[in-house]
Design a protein. Structure first.
Length: 81
């Protein structure tokens, strides 16, 4: 019973510290980090295209085709694997 109470109190203490530590982060530090990252990229946001390989079996043989999650189009034809 003592161990259980000790663990509960320690957990509450750790959660309280975590909550309080995020409240005291200086706002200028966050702004400086954002400003530095935008200056590195020249102020432009770079987004990479997200793709996924789709597979199917035709006559017992495997094929694959590249699908663009970003644009919703096929990027390749079916290729034998």
């Amino acid at each position: 019973m003592k161990i259980r109470n000790f663990l509960i109190r320690c957990s509450i203490f750790v959660l309280l510290l975590m909550c309080l530590s995020t409240a005291f982060i200086p706002k200028h530090a966050v702004y400086a980090a954002e400003k530095a990252s935008s200056e590195v990229n020249g102020g432009a946001v770079i987004n990479a295209e997200q793709t996924v390989w789709k597979y199917r079996v035709v006559d017992g043989k495997l094929q694959k085709r590249l699908w663009s999650l970003t644009y919703g189009i096929w990027l390749t034809d079916w290729e034998w694997v």
